[in-house]
Design a protein around this ligand. Structure first.
Ligand code: ADP
Length: 348
């Protein structure tokens, strides 16, 4: 009895907000820090669905998984109607003697002051990177335009055309960059509306490949549809955006006349999922760079990347979209024989 009392008071002293739900997702417990942060008293929300308070952004089926702790992102809904995006750690609630019986879930929300510092730093870094990314093409546009104004009478016609082409290419790059940035901002602010419905995967792959075939040079597409009639639950435009980014990269970062394989397979192990893999025969990504590629503005410093157009936002956007549709994305392998990127989406 005394032990329970100590435990309850000790949990109330912990500065991190904590919430526990049972196996039916009903709220059974919150600590004092949780009340302070959200404004909800336990008595007001006890027995209600945990979704009233928080929503985990990546869909880890905690109760079905063997692993104990998951660090991930969640949205926390406060009583005053505001919401916060926070890092959380979840643990499946299990009885020592009955490891297979899942009793619920405990969620710990991480200290806010640390995240506030992180957010400030991320935002400073972001502004400085964006300024740099915008300044580089602008400097080039300004330089070539000035040369044309000052010395066009001394320049050969072919050089004038070349300079104008550079100005146009850089302006196109700026347009792409601004479009990607606006999209990233909508993603980061959860303003992107997704219409999730059943989609015939093959139809969308065919459509994207048909459009990309025009830019594929001598590269050939090989299809390996092991899950031929698969239906995924996704937003149609966003699914095509993801395929376009990944297959587009396979084209950009591989040699002419090589092959690009698109494979689909059904994965049942943990969840009902379809896995889509894209394999190219490019030069690959070094091990140290592999950790960077899904972050913002991660154009790698290699000759192939320098020759191709891009903003370094494609894989970041791709990952965010896939997570929002309850899937995952990963780099299966990458070496001097090529790379395989895979992503999963819930099957119907
Ligand atoms: P980008 O607009 O530069 O293509 P991405 O976010 O799509 O941006 O990719 C980030 C970086 O990862 C690229 O600049 C490139 O260096 C590397 N990369 C992406 N896909 C591949 C691939 N299939 N093979 C080799 N490198 C790749």
């Amino acid at each position: 009895m005394l032990e329970n009392l100590i435990l309850a008071q000790a949990i109330d002293l912990i500065p991190d907000p904590i919430i526990a739900i049972d196996d039916q997702s009903r709220i059974v417990f919150t600590n004092e820090a949780h009340t302070q942060l959200t404004g909800w008293k336990l008595a007001e929300i006890k027995g209600q669905n945990g979704r009233l308070i928080y929503e985990i952004l990546s869909d880890v089926n905690l109760l079905a998984d063997e692993k104990k702790n998951f660090k991930q992102e969640a949205i926390l809904y406060k009583k005053d109607g505001n919401k916060l995006t926070l890092n959380i750690t979840c643990t499946a609630l299990k009885h020592d003697g009955l490891p297979n019986v899942k009793l619920g879930q405990i969620v710990v929300f991480h200290p806010l002051f640390l995240q506030a510092q992180d957010i400030q730093k991320t935002s400073d870094d972001f502004v400085s990177t964006v300024s740099h990314e915008l300044r580089t093409p602008l400097t080039s546009i300004k330089g070539f335009a000035e040369t044309l104004i000052k010395s066009s009478d001394k320049l050969k016609e072919s050089d004038q055309k070349r300079f104008l082409q550079i100005i146009k290419d850089q302006a196109d790059h700026l347009t792409r960059l601004v479009e990607d940035l606006l999209f990233v901002s909508r993603l980061d602010n959860h303003k992107l509306h997704l219409t999730i419905r059943e989609l015939a995967l093959k139809k969308h792959i065919d459509r994207v490949c048909e459009v990309l075939a025009g830019q594929a040079g001598g590269r050939i597409f090989i299809y390996d549809f092991q899950a031929k009639l698969s239906t995924v639950m996704a937003d149609s435009d966003r699914l095509e955006q993801i395929l376009n980014n990944l297959i587009g990269n396979a084209i950009k970062y591989s040699p002419d006349n090589s092959s690009i394989t698109i494979k689909t397979q059904f994965e049942k192990k943990e969840k009902n999922q379809i896995i889509i893999s894209i394999t190219d025969q490019g030069a690959g990504i070094s091990e140290e760079d592999q950790e960077l590629i899904f972050t913002r503005f991660s154009r790698l410093d290699n000759p192939l990347t320098r020759q191709t157009k891009g903003t370094g936002l494609g894989l970041y956007i791709t990952k965010s979209l896939i997570l929002a549709m309850k899937g995952e994305v990963w780099l299966d392998k990458s070496d001097s024989n090529g790379s395989t990127f895979s992503f999963s989406l819930p099957a119907k």
